[in-house]
Ligand binder design. Structure first.
Ligand SMILES: [Zn+2]
Length: 357
């Protein structure tokens, strides 16, 4: 018992860490000054800044990132799972996984966490544009957006019914409009000016939706949708939230890279605030609806790509799943979805307020 622990201690000290064994858990705090590491195929300047290139991608030390964000690094399982914690925040990372649990909410990073020289690393873009805005919005250097006008976008409409459950004779476009109208009431009561991209069963081009929001001076864009799958319909259910994929990253559904990843889109101006918004929206949906957590994901969906303000797309539930579709078909449950959207906005607004201080 002592010898392996001692060996591990020596190794961690050697890489600039201080190891303590507390209640069976190995806790390490990183040294105050980052030791110089050999440049791993990168310039020595980036090595000094603690950045290493792994597979062509800039990675930073997860523990050092945590320290800057006021979080302490704790191994859950040495070399495999690392937790970054404070009294109020918990970020659980897993080596070789893009999934990270942030305060119990599933979040998909653009790149998997990696173990490099016994140190857990996360991509620089995920650290700066996904995790930092969520765990410490006050540390984001990008200008904090105002929040007065909210655009609500009911997915589909008119000749586009969206997803359908033919057995139950229900479709997406009807429910998205109903939820949006309920959310409009709640957000108006909260004092926001609310605009809708469609107010009736009409068709609107995808590009026209963020354009209408921009014309109305929207500070926030919320698109409401319902999901469906073609196979395993009764096994797939739950809630997922999308925000725009940052430049140079893969969308959650992509296992490989493509040339489109390098393009900067209008929606990327708000990467930081998109992350904060998406997290609070997914968290509020899960808390209010008690649905299964399919995660905060990123995708280059047209309405998110073209949005000029922080934007989110909520897939509240699956119409292909009989029991979930039956719930969604009730006015009571759709009111709950609207309540969750309003709660998500409230939490996002509170987080923005901490960033403004
Ligand atoms: Zn849809």
């Amino acid at each position: 018992m002592w010898w392996p622990a001692y060996k591990k201690l020596r190794t961690l000290v050697a890489i600039g860490g201080l190891l303590a064994v507390l209640g069976g858990q190995e806790v390490y705090a990183i040294a105050r000054s980052t030791p110089s590491r050999p440049a791993a195929g990168g310039a020595s300047a980036s090595s000094a800044a603690g950045v290493v290139k792994l597979g062509g991608i800039d990675y930073v030390d997860a523990a050092a990132f945590g320290k800057k964000a006021g979080l302490k690094a704790v191994w859950i399982k040495a070399g495999e799972r690392l937790s970054l914690r404070s009294d109020t925040t918990r970020v659980d990372l897993e080596v070789d996984s893009r999934e990270v649990m942030v305060n119990g909410v599933r979040v998909f990073m653009g790149e998997g966490a990696r173990l490099h020289k016994k140190t857990v690393r996360i991509s620089k873009i995920d650290a700066e544009r996904l995790l930092l805005p969520i765990v410490r919005p006050a540390s984001v250097t990008a200008a904090v957006p105002q929040l007065r006008v909210i655009a609500l976008d009911a997915g589909h409409g008119g000749r586009d019914p969206g997803k359908e459950n033919k057995k139950l004779r229900v479709n997406e476009k009807t429910f998205t409009l109903d939820v949006v109208k309920r959310a409009e009431k709640l957000l108006t009561q909260q004092g926001y000016k609310v605009v809708l991209t469609r107010k009736s069963d009409t068709y609107a081009e995808l590009g026209d939706r963020p354009a209408a929001a921009a014309r109305a001076g929207a500070d926030l864009f919320i698109s409401v949708h319902f999901n469906a799958v073609a196979a395993n319909v009764e096994r797939v259910s739950g809630t997922e939230t999308y925000t725009m994929t940052p430049q140079y990253q893969r969308s959650a559904s992509d296992s490989t890279r493509d040339s489109m990843d390098a393009i900067a889109n209008p929606g990327n101006v708000n990467d930081h605030w998109n992350a904060l918004l998406g997290y609070h929206m997914q968290r509020a949906m899960l808390a209010d609806l008690k649905t299964s957590d399919r995660g905060l994901k990123r995708g280059r969906l047209a309405v998110l790509r073209l949005a000029t303000c922080p934007a989110v797309l909520v897939e509240a539930g699956f119409l292909s799943n009989t029991s979930e579709a039956k719930k969604i078909a009730t006015a009571e449950y759709r009111q709950k979805i609207a309540d969750a959207i309003a709660d998500g906005v409230k939490a996002y607004a509170a987080a923005l307020a901490t960033a403004r201080k």
